[in-house]
Design a protein around this ligand. Structure first.
Ligand code: ADP
Length: 339
């Protein structure tokens, strides 16, 4: 079932905008018709010979008067024909203008509609992800409260498991804040060394790598790119974190960099599970997790890491790509303009 709350919300706005467009069209059309009518009527009047011409000769007096009346009638007829035509024209403009205005209003509002749909999908997905740890917290508290007696050890166990869920919640809300942050647009990009960025990111994942006895082979030269070093380090940390998460114990993660075509590229390659071809186009989508990642409860994550990395790289006018072979490993490459 597909709900379209944004579209429903925008329906009155579409009608209002269409009405405004139509009002503009009609004002122009009626204004133009008025000017046309006035000018044409004046031209018609100019065609009638002056009255003095009809009465100048006494012999022609009677005939001249009739002749004048005839011209006056012709003039009235001409005016009413003109009015009739202009009225028909304005009526057609009203009908076609209404259809055209509605089409234009739909076109104008379509990008807003899709942005709103994306926004409400985001809120729905985020709420869904927030519910999982909250439900776990609630359940463990309820079980503990139902017990008539709780030993200190049992209480500690409950607190420990609650803490794990709270950490997950915190990570998730931090991630959501990063995704929602508008200030990414205002990054001040300055020359930063990929070597420093890689060093900072490695420090952040050291504990996770050690826990799985994964070694990180770092071979990143001091290539200067335009960037915000802490945001870039955040993006590289996400890639390293994933490389560790989705790799077996005692494997190796390779962190390398090179320059090509005016860009510096930093690559994070692992010997992990790899990503199925069907999942590759979607892994940068918010909340998307490939099936094996979803079912492995030990593998923490909400599917927002790569979308944050993607957003950061995009704000740096760079791109992020991935190549992967299931069962063999994956390589993510971040490409940034050289400083
Ligand atoms: P998650 O929190 O699930 O890791 P991400 O947005 O970081 O979210 O990644 C999205 C999905 O992409 C993951 O669930 C996983 O299926 C896949 N993925 C990302 N990086 C790797 C990797 N290095 N190896 C294998 N799969 C990966």
């Amino acid at each position: 079932m597909k709900s379209r709350p944004a579209a429903n919300f925008l329906r009155p706005a579409t009608l209002r905008l269409a009405a405004s467009y139509l009002a503009i069209i009609m004002v122009l059309s009626i204004g133009f018709s008025y000017v046309l009518y006035r000018t044409s009527a004046r031209e018609l009047e100019r065609q009638i010979p002056p009255q003095s011409l009809f009465v100048s000769s006494p012999t022609d007096f009677g005939e001249g008067l009739e002749y004048h009346t005839f011209w006056q009638q012709r003039l009235e007829e001409g005016r009413s024909h003109l009015l009739g035509r202009l009225a028909t024209l304005n009526l057609s403009v009203l009908v076609f203008g209404a259809a055209f205005s509605y089409y234009l209003a739909r076109r104008t509002l379509r990008p807003i509609e899709s942005a709103m749909e994306a926004q409400s999908r985001f809120v729905a997905d985020a709420s869904h992800e927030l519910r999982t740890p909250l439900t776990a917290l609630l359940a463990s508290n309820e079980v503990a409260l139902r017990k008539s007696q709780l030993t200190a050890k049992q209480a500690k166990d409950v607190l420990k498991s609650n803490n794990e869920e709270i950490i997950k919640l915190k990570d998730l809300t931090d991630g959501l804040l990063s995704l929602a942050a508008e200030d990414y647009n205002n990054l001040t990009l300055q020359p930063v060394s990929l070597q420093d960025v890689a060093g900072e990111a490695m420090n952040r994942v050291l504990a996770a790598a050690q826990a799985k006895k994964i070694s990180i082979q770092d071979d990143v030269p001091a290539i200067k790119v335009f960037g915000d070093s802490s945001k870039l380090a955040q993006a590289v940390t996400i890639l390293l974190d994933n490389a560790i998460k989705y790799s077996p114990d005692k494997s190796t993660v390779y962190l390398t960099a090179k320059t090509k075509d005016g860009h510096g590229s930093l690559s994070v390659r692992d010997e992990g599970t790899g990503i199925a071809a069907k999942d590759l186009p979607r892994i940068f989508d918010r909340f998307y997790r490939a099936d094996p990642a979803r079912t492995k409860s030990a593998t923490n994550g909400y599917g927002i890491g790569l979308s944050i990395a993607h957003k950061i790289v995009e704000q740096h006018h760079g791109d992020i790509t991935v190549a992967s072979t299931p069962g063999q490993g994956s390589a993510f490459v971040i490409r940034l303009p050289l400083a």
